[in-house]
Design a protein around this ligand. Sequence first.
Ligand code: COS
Length: 399
Amino acid sequence: MSGQDYLAWPFFDDGHRQMTNELNAWADGKLAATEDTADVGETCRSLVAELGQGGWLRHCVGKAYGGARENIDVRSLCLMRENLARRSGLADFAFAMQGLGSGAISIAGSADVKARYLPKVCSGERIAAFALSEPDAGSDVGALATTARREGEFYVLDGEKTWISNGGIADFYCVFARTGEAPGSRGISGFVVDADTPGLEVSEHIPVIAPHPLASLRFRNCRVPVANLLGQAGSGFKVAMQTLDIFRTSVAAAALGFARHALHEGLARSCSRKMFGQTLADFQLTQATIADMATGIDSSALLTYRAAWVRDCLGEPGTLEVAMAKMVSTETAQQVIDKAVQLFGGLGVKSGMPVERLYREIRALRIYEGATEVQKLIIGRQTIKDFQREQNRPGLPYK
Ligand code: COS
Protein backbone atom coordinates (compact mmCIF):
# COMPACT_ATOMS: atom_id res chain seq x y z
CA MET A 1 0.00 0.00 0.00
CA SER A 2 1.22 3.48 -0.65
CA GLY A 3 0.04 7.07 -0.61
CA GLN A 4 -3.52 7.36 0.62
CA ASP A 5 -4.57 3.81 -0.38
CA TYR A 6 -5.04 2.91 3.26
CA LEU A 7 -8.15 5.08 3.28
CA ALA A 8 -9.88 2.10 1.64
CA TRP A 9 -9.42 0.10 4.87
CA PRO A 10 -12.69 -0.89 6.58
CA PHE A 11 -11.81 1.18 9.65
CA PHE A 12 -13.03 4.30 7.83
CA ASP A 13 -16.32 5.63 6.50
CA ASP A 14 -16.83 7.92 3.51
CA GLY A 15 -16.83 10.95 5.82
CA HIS A 16 -13.24 10.14 6.84
CA ARG A 17 -12.18 9.79 3.21
CA GLN A 18 -13.78 13.07 2.22
CA MET A 19 -12.35 14.88 5.25
CA THR A 20 -8.82 13.63 4.49
CA ASN A 21 -9.01 14.65 0.84
CA GLU A 22 -10.30 18.10 1.80
CA LEU A 23 -7.63 18.50 4.46
CA ASN A 24 -4.89 17.62 2.00
CA ALA A 25 -6.26 20.06 -0.56
CA TRP A 26 -6.38 22.78 2.13
CA ALA A 27 -2.94 22.06 3.56
CA ASP A 28 -0.97 21.58 0.33
CA GLY A 29 1.62 24.29 0.06
CA LYS A 30 0.15 26.14 3.02
CA LEU A 31 2.04 24.59 5.91
CA ALA A 32 5.54 23.97 4.59
CA ALA A 33 6.99 27.25 5.83
CA THR A 34 5.86 26.84 9.43
CA GLU A 35 8.93 24.96 10.62
CA ASP A 36 11.66 27.58 10.35
CA THR A 37 10.22 30.09 12.70
CA ALA A 38 11.93 32.38 15.15
CA ASP A 39 8.92 32.59 17.47
CA VAL A 40 7.20 29.23 17.91
CA GLY A 41 4.63 30.70 20.27
CA GLU A 42 3.49 33.22 17.70
CA THR A 43 3.52 30.62 14.91
CA CYS A 44 1.37 28.27 16.98
CA ARG A 45 -1.10 31.05 17.79
CA SER A 46 -1.58 31.78 14.10
CA LEU A 47 -1.75 28.08 13.24
CA VAL A 48 -4.54 27.60 15.79
CA ALA A 49 -6.40 30.58 14.30
CA GLU A 50 -5.94 29.23 10.76
CA LEU A 51 -7.01 25.71 11.73
CA GLY A 52 -10.04 27.21 13.46
CA GLN A 53 -11.00 29.30 10.44
CA GLY A 54 -10.52 26.28 8.17
CA GLY A 55 -13.02 24.35 10.32
CA TRP A 56 -10.44 21.68 11.26
CA LEU A 57 -10.66 22.17 15.02
CA ARG A 58 -14.24 20.92 14.78
CA HIS A 59 -12.69 17.47 15.09
CA CYS A 60 -11.48 18.29 18.61
CA VAL A 61 -14.94 18.63 20.22
CA GLY A 62 -18.41 17.07 20.04
CA LYS A 63 -21.28 18.35 17.89
CA ALA A 64 -23.18 20.15 20.68
CA TYR A 65 -20.25 22.61 20.94
CA GLY A 66 -19.60 23.12 17.24
CA GLY A 67 -17.87 19.81 16.52
CA ALA A 68 -18.00 17.81 13.31
CA ARG A 69 -19.42 14.58 14.77
CA GLU A 70 -21.63 13.66 17.71
CA ASN A 71 -18.62 12.85 19.90
CA ILE A 72 -14.88 13.21 19.43
CA ASP A 73 -14.06 10.72 16.68
CA VAL A 74 -10.61 9.23 17.20
CA ARG A 75 -10.26 8.12 13.55
CA SER A 76 -10.80 11.75 12.46
CA LEU A 77 -8.28 12.97 15.05
CA CYS A 78 -5.77 10.44 13.77
CA LEU A 79 -6.30 11.21 10.09
CA MET A 80 -5.97 14.92 10.86
CA ARG A 81 -2.74 14.42 12.81
CA GLU A 82 -1.18 12.00 10.37
CA ASN A 83 -1.79 14.29 7.42
CA LEU A 84 -0.76 17.48 9.22
CA ALA A 85 2.37 15.81 10.63
CA ARG A 86 3.42 14.72 7.13
CA ARG A 87 3.78 18.43 6.34
CA SER A 88 4.48 20.27 9.56
CA GLY A 89 5.27 19.22 13.11
CA LEU A 90 4.03 22.55 14.44
CA ALA A 91 0.71 22.41 12.58
CA ASP A 92 0.15 18.92 13.98
CA PHE A 93 1.08 20.17 17.45
CA ALA A 94 -1.23 23.19 17.25
CA PHE A 95 -4.14 20.95 16.23
CA ALA A 96 -3.44 18.19 18.76
CA MET A 97 -3.09 20.47 21.74
CA GLN A 98 -6.53 22.01 21.16
CA GLY A 99 -7.88 18.49 21.57
CA LEU A 100 -5.67 17.27 24.42
CA GLY A 101 -5.98 20.58 26.26
CA SER A 102 -9.78 20.52 26.18
CA GLY A 103 -10.29 16.73 26.27
CA ALA A 104 -10.85 16.62 30.03
CA ILE A 105 -13.61 19.24 29.62
CA SER A 106 -15.31 17.16 26.92
CA ILE A 107 -15.09 14.09 29.16
CA ALA A 108 -15.96 15.49 32.58
CA GLY A 109 -16.86 19.20 32.42
CA SER A 110 -20.28 20.42 33.55
CA ALA A 111 -22.65 21.70 30.85
CA ASP A 112 -21.72 25.24 31.88
CA VAL A 113 -17.95 24.63 31.64
CA LYS A 114 -18.38 22.92 28.26
CA ALA A 115 -20.46 25.82 26.94
CA ARG A 116 -17.93 28.38 28.20
CA TYR A 117 -14.82 26.74 26.75
CA LEU A 118 -15.46 24.26 23.95
CA PRO A 119 -16.99 26.50 21.24
CA LYS A 120 -13.96 28.78 21.40
CA VAL A 121 -11.56 25.84 21.32
CA CYS A 122 -13.37 24.78 18.16
CA SER A 123 -13.18 28.20 16.52
CA GLY A 124 -9.53 28.68 17.50
CA GLU A 125 -10.31 31.76 19.59
CA ARG A 126 -9.00 30.18 22.80
CA ILE A 127 -5.87 28.07 23.14
CA ALA A 128 -6.02 25.02 25.41
CA ALA A 129 -3.41 23.13 27.47
CA PHE A 130 -3.24 19.97 29.60
CA ALA A 131 -1.29 20.38 32.84
CA LEU A 132 -0.59 17.02 34.46
CA SER A 133 3.19 16.45 34.77
CA GLU A 134 5.26 17.75 37.65
CA PRO A 135 8.99 17.83 38.39
CA ASP A 136 8.61 14.70 40.58
CA ALA A 137 5.57 13.10 38.92
CA GLY A 138 5.87 12.33 35.21
CA SER A 139 5.13 8.67 34.54
CA ASP A 140 3.88 8.22 38.12
CA VAL A 141 0.83 10.48 37.92
CA GLY A 142 -0.51 9.13 41.23
CA ALA A 143 2.44 10.83 42.97
CA LEU A 144 1.57 14.36 41.88
CA ALA A 145 2.00 16.94 44.63
CA THR A 146 0.22 20.13 43.51
CA THR A 147 -2.55 20.69 46.03
CA ALA A 148 -6.06 22.13 45.75
CA ARG A 149 -7.76 22.89 49.06
CA ARG A 150 -11.41 23.87 49.26
CA GLU A 151 -12.19 27.34 50.67
CA GLY A 152 -15.88 28.16 50.34
CA GLU A 153 -16.77 28.50 46.67
CA PHE A 154 -13.12 28.22 45.56
CA TYR A 155 -10.31 25.69 45.37
CA VAL A 156 -6.90 27.16 46.17
CA LEU A 157 -4.08 25.65 44.09
CA ASP A 158 -0.41 25.53 45.13
CA GLY A 159 2.41 23.71 43.37
CA GLU A 160 4.34 23.34 40.15
CA LYS A 161 3.67 21.80 36.75
CA THR A 162 6.23 21.17 34.06
CA TRP A 163 6.56 20.03 30.41
CA ILE A 164 3.31 21.82 29.68
CA SER A 165 2.73 22.06 25.93
CA ASN A 166 1.25 25.44 24.99
CA GLY A 167 2.56 26.71 28.34
CA GLY A 168 2.78 30.49 28.02
CA ILE A 169 0.45 30.79 25.02
CA ALA A 170 -2.61 28.94 26.36
CA ASP A 171 -5.72 30.85 27.41
CA PHE A 172 -6.63 28.10 29.88
CA TYR A 173 -5.17 24.96 31.42
CA CYS A 174 -6.81 21.71 32.53
CA VAL A 175 -4.87 21.23 35.74
CA PHE A 176 -4.75 18.13 37.93
CA ALA A 177 -4.15 18.62 41.64
CA ARG A 178 -4.36 16.70 44.89
CA THR A 179 -7.65 17.29 46.72
CA GLY A 180 -6.98 14.48 49.20
CA GLU A 181 -10.23 12.44 49.22
CA ALA A 182 -7.99 9.33 49.43
CA PRO A 183 -4.28 8.59 49.09
CA GLY A 184 -2.57 8.26 45.71
CA SER A 185 -4.54 8.22 42.49
CA ARG A 186 -7.94 8.38 44.24
CA GLY A 187 -7.31 11.80 45.75
CA ILE A 188 -6.76 13.86 42.59
CA SER A 189 -9.15 16.30 40.87
CA GLY A 190 -9.15 18.20 37.58
CA PHE A 191 -9.85 21.93 37.19
CA VAL A 192 -10.05 24.43 34.37
CA VAL A 193 -7.80 27.37 35.23
CA ASP A 194 -7.80 30.52 33.11
CA ALA A 195 -4.28 31.65 32.22
CA ASP A 196 -4.88 35.10 33.70
CA THR A 197 -5.98 33.80 37.13
CA PRO A 198 -3.97 35.59 39.85
CA GLY A 199 -1.47 33.19 41.42
CA LEU A 200 -0.71 31.34 38.16
CA GLU A 201 2.53 32.23 36.43
CA VAL A 202 4.80 30.79 33.78
CA SER A 203 7.98 30.05 35.74
CA GLU A 204 10.15 28.81 32.84
CA HIS A 205 10.04 28.50 29.06
CA ILE A 206 11.71 25.19 28.16
CA PRO A 207 13.82 25.03 24.97
CA VAL A 208 13.81 21.60 23.29
CA ILE A 209 15.47 19.98 20.24
CA ALA A 210 12.41 20.49 18.06
CA PRO A 211 11.10 23.86 19.27
CA HIS A 212 7.50 23.97 20.55
CA PRO A 213 5.84 26.24 23.10
CA LEU A 214 6.66 24.38 26.33
CA ALA A 215 6.78 25.76 29.86
CA SER A 216 6.71 25.18 33.60
CA LEU A 217 3.88 26.74 35.60
CA ARG A 218 3.79 27.88 39.22
CA PHE A 219 0.59 28.04 41.27
CA ARG A 220 0.68 30.14 44.42
CA ASN A 221 -2.55 30.70 46.28
CA CYS A 222 -4.33 30.43 42.94
CA ARG A 223 -8.10 30.61 43.51
CA VAL A 224 -10.29 28.68 41.09
CA PRO A 225 -14.12 28.67 41.28
CA VAL A 226 -15.65 25.36 42.40
CA ALA A 227 -17.69 25.52 39.19
CA ASN A 228 -14.45 24.83 37.27
CA LEU A 229 -14.02 21.39 38.84
CA LEU A 230 -13.96 18.65 36.17
CA GLY A 231 -16.25 15.82 37.30
CA GLN A 232 -16.39 14.61 40.88
CA ALA A 233 -13.72 15.63 43.38
CA GLY A 234 -11.27 12.71 43.57
CA SER A 235 -11.96 11.47 40.02
CA GLY A 236 -9.15 13.45 38.37
CA PHE A 237 -6.75 10.53 37.84
CA LYS A 238 -9.38 8.64 35.86
CA VAL A 239 -10.34 11.74 33.89
CA ALA A 240 -6.66 12.26 32.99
CA MET A 241 -6.29 8.60 31.94
CA GLN A 242 -9.50 8.71 29.88
CA THR A 243 -8.21 11.84 28.14
CA LEU A 244 -4.92 10.10 27.39
CA ASP A 245 -6.75 7.02 26.08
CA ILE A 246 -8.17 9.27 23.34
CA PHE A 247 -5.11 11.32 22.53
CA ARG A 248 -2.37 8.69 22.80
CA THR A 249 -3.77 7.08 19.66
CA SER A 250 -3.38 10.41 17.92
CA VAL A 251 0.30 10.54 18.98
CA ALA A 252 0.70 7.23 17.18
CA ALA A 253 -0.91 8.84 14.12
CA ALA A 254 1.41 11.85 14.23
CA ALA A 255 4.41 9.49 14.38
CA LEU A 256 2.96 7.71 11.36
CA GLY A 257 2.79 11.02 9.48
CA PHE A 258 6.43 11.77 10.28
CA ALA A 259 7.43 8.26 9.20
CA ARG A 260 5.54 8.53 5.90
CA HIS A 261 7.31 11.80 5.18
CA ALA A 262 10.68 10.17 5.95
CA LEU A 263 9.92 7.20 3.65
CA HIS A 264 8.99 9.61 0.86
CA GLU A 265 12.26 11.50 1.33
CA GLY A 266 14.21 8.22 1.48
CA LEU A 267 12.62 6.92 -1.71
CA ALA A 268 13.24 10.17 -3.60
CA ARG A 269 16.86 10.10 -2.51
CA SER A 270 17.35 6.41 -3.30
CA CYS A 271 15.91 6.74 -6.79
CA SER A 272 17.99 9.78 -7.72
CA ARG A 273 21.36 9.31 -6.01
CA LYS A 274 23.97 7.81 -8.35
CA MET A 275 26.86 5.78 -7.04
CA PHE A 276 29.09 2.96 -8.33
CA GLY A 277 27.40 3.24 -11.74
CA GLN A 278 23.82 2.74 -10.52
CA THR A 279 21.30 4.41 -8.25
CA LEU A 280 21.12 3.85 -4.52
CA ALA A 281 17.77 2.11 -5.06
CA ASP A 282 19.47 -0.57 -7.20
CA PHE A 283 21.40 -1.91 -4.23
CA GLN A 284 19.79 -4.83 -2.40
CA LEU A 285 20.86 -3.28 0.91
CA THR A 286 18.81 -0.20 0.05
CA GLN A 287 15.85 -2.35 -0.98
CA ALA A 288 16.05 -4.15 2.39
CA THR A 289 16.06 -0.80 4.17
CA ILE A 290 13.06 0.41 2.19
CA ALA A 291 11.26 -2.87 2.92
CA ASP A 292 11.77 -2.40 6.67
CA MET A 293 10.56 1.20 6.47
CA ALA A 294 7.44 0.42 4.42
CA THR A 295 6.46 -2.62 6.49
CA GLY A 296 6.99 -0.74 9.75
CA ILE A 297 4.76 2.05 8.50
CA ASP A 298 1.92 -0.27 7.52
CA SER A 299 2.18 -2.16 10.84
CA SER A 300 1.94 1.15 12.69
CA ALA A 301 -1.01 2.28 10.59
CA LEU A 302 -2.89 -0.97 11.25
CA LEU A 303 -2.36 -0.75 15.02
CA THR A 304 -3.19 2.96 15.11
CA TYR A 305 -6.43 2.76 13.17
CA ARG A 306 -7.45 -0.42 14.97
CA ALA A 307 -7.14 1.44 18.30
CA ALA A 308 -9.14 4.37 16.92
CA TRP A 309 -11.79 2.03 15.49
CA VAL A 310 -12.12 0.10 18.78
CA ARG A 311 -13.01 3.30 20.53
CA ASP A 312 -15.23 4.82 17.86
CA CYS A 313 -17.08 1.69 16.75
CA LEU A 314 -17.02 -0.69 19.72
CA GLY A 315 -17.43 2.11 22.27
CA GLU A 316 -14.60 0.70 24.39
CA PRO A 317 -11.70 2.73 25.80
CA GLY A 318 -9.29 0.29 24.14
CA THR A 319 -6.53 1.09 26.64
CA LEU A 320 -4.52 -1.97 25.57
CA GLU A 321 -4.89 -1.30 21.84
CA VAL A 322 -4.04 2.37 22.38
CA ALA A 323 -0.86 1.49 24.27
CA MET A 324 0.23 -0.95 21.56
CA ALA A 325 -0.39 1.65 18.86
CA LYS A 326 1.49 4.40 20.66
CA MET A 327 4.47 2.20 21.50
CA VAL A 328 4.86 0.59 18.08
CA SER A 329 4.14 3.65 15.98
CA THR A 330 6.47 6.03 17.81
CA GLU A 331 9.31 3.50 18.11
CA THR A 332 8.91 2.48 14.46
CA ALA A 333 8.84 6.08 13.26
CA GLN A 334 12.11 6.73 15.08
CA GLN A 335 13.70 3.79 13.23
CA VAL A 336 12.19 4.75 9.88
CA ILE A 337 13.46 8.32 10.21
CA ASP A 338 16.90 7.13 11.29
CA LYS A 339 17.07 4.94 8.17
CA ALA A 340 16.05 7.92 6.01
CA VAL A 341 18.88 9.97 7.54
CA GLN A 342 21.28 7.13 6.71
CA LEU A 343 20.10 7.05 3.08
CA PHE A 344 21.00 10.73 2.81
CA GLY A 345 24.52 10.18 4.14
CA GLY A 346 26.15 13.42 5.30
CA LEU A 347 23.27 15.49 3.98
CA GLY A 348 20.98 13.69 6.41
CA VAL A 349 22.45 15.56 9.37
CA LYS A 350 22.67 18.96 7.68
CA SER A 351 20.56 21.50 9.56
CA GLY A 352 17.31 22.30 7.79
CA MET A 353 17.13 19.11 5.69
CA PRO A 354 13.66 17.56 6.04
CA VAL A 355 15.06 14.29 7.44
CA GLU A 356 17.22 16.17 9.95
CA ARG A 357 14.15 18.05 11.13
CA LEU A 358 12.12 14.83 11.36
CA TYR A 359 14.95 13.23 13.35
CA ARG A 360 14.62 15.96 15.99
CA GLU A 361 10.84 16.09 15.78
CA ILE A 362 10.09 12.40 16.42
CA ARG A 363 12.16 11.95 19.57
CA ALA A 364 9.74 13.47 22.07
CA LEU A 365 6.82 11.33 20.89
CA ARG A 366 8.43 8.26 22.46
CA ILE A 367 8.33 10.12 25.78
CA TYR A 368 5.29 12.38 26.05
CA GLU A 369 1.75 11.23 26.83
CA GLY A 370 3.19 8.10 28.39
CA ALA A 371 6.71 6.93 27.58
CA THR A 372 7.23 3.62 25.77
CA GLU A 373 8.03 2.02 29.14
CA VAL A 374 4.62 3.13 30.50
CA GLN A 375 2.90 1.65 27.43
CA LYS A 376 4.74 -1.64 28.08
CA LEU A 377 3.51 -1.56 31.67
CA ILE A 378 -0.09 -1.08 30.48
CA ILE A 379 0.17 -3.84 27.84
CA GLY A 380 1.91 -6.30 30.15
CA ARG A 381 -0.47 -5.75 33.07
CA GLN A 382 -3.58 -5.98 30.90
CA THR A 383 -2.41 -9.12 29.08
CA ILE A 384 -1.66 -10.86 32.39
CA LYS A 385 -5.03 -9.74 33.79
CA ASP A 386 -6.85 -11.07 30.71
CA PHE A 387 -5.05 -14.40 31.03
CA GLN A 388 -5.90 -14.71 34.73
CA ARG A 389 -9.54 -13.91 34.03
CA GLU A 390 -9.83 -16.28 31.10
CA GLN A 391 -7.68 -19.23 32.16
CA ASN A 392 -10.49 -21.22 33.78
CA ARG A 393 -12.92 -20.67 30.94
CA PRO A 394 -13.89 -24.01 29.43
CA GLY A 395 -13.07 -24.66 25.81
CA LEU A 396 -9.81 -22.74 25.68
CA PRO A 397 -6.95 -24.47 23.87
CA TYR A 398 -4.14 -26.21 25.77
CA LYS A 399 -6.38 -27.28 28.66
N1 COS B 1 -9.15 4.72 32.22
C1 COS B 1 -9.91 4.78 33.34
N2 COS B 1 -9.43 4.43 34.56
C2 COS B 1 -8.15 4.03 34.64
C3 COS B 1 -7.31 3.95 33.51
C4 COS B 1 -7.86 4.31 32.24
N3 COS B 1 -7.14 4.26 31.13
N4 COS B 1 -6.08 3.52 33.88
C5 COS B 1 -6.15 3.32 35.21
N5 COS B 1 -7.40 3.63 35.67
C6 COS B 1 -7.90 3.52 37.03
C7 COS B 1 -7.67 2.12 37.58
O1 COS B 1 -8.76 1.27 37.26
C8 COS B 1 -7.57 2.36 39.07
O2 COS B 1 -8.88 2.54 39.58
P1 COS B 1 -9.27 2.13 41.10
O3 COS B 1 -8.48 3.03 42.00
O4 COS B 1 -10.73 2.39 41.16
O5 COS B 1 -8.89 0.69 41.24
C9 COS B 1 -6.87 3.72 39.14
O6 COS B 1 -7.14 4.37 37.89
C10 COS B 1 -5.36 3.59 39.35
O7 COS B 1 -4.86 2.78 38.29
P2 COS B 1 -3.43 2.09 38.33
O8 COS B 1 -3.28 1.38 39.65
O9 COS B 1 -3.24 1.32 37.07
O10 COS B 1 -2.48 3.38 38.36
P3 COS B 1 -0.90 3.49 38.47
O11 COS B 1 -0.60 4.49 39.53
O12 COS B 1 -0.27 2.14 38.58
O13 COS B 1 -0.50 4.19 37.09
C11 COS B 1 0.07 4.31 34.75
C12 COS B 1 -0.73 3.61 35.86
C13 COS B 1 1.57 4.18 34.92
C14 COS B 1 -0.35 3.59 33.48
C15 COS B 1 -0.34 5.81 34.68
O14 COS B 1 0.09 6.52 35.79
C16 COS B 1 0.16 6.50 33.42
O15 COS B 1 -0.45 6.40 32.36
N6 COS B 1 1.31 7.21 33.53
C17 COS B 1 1.83 8.02 32.41
C18 COS B 1 1.27 9.39 32.50
C19 COS B 1 1.49 10.20 31.28
O16 COS B 1 1.10 9.82 30.19
N7 COS B 1 2.10 11.37 31.48
C20 COS B 1 2.30 12.30 30.42
C21 COS B 1 1.39 13.48 30.66
S1 COS B 1 0.88 14.30 29.24
S2 COS B 1 2.49 14.85 28.36
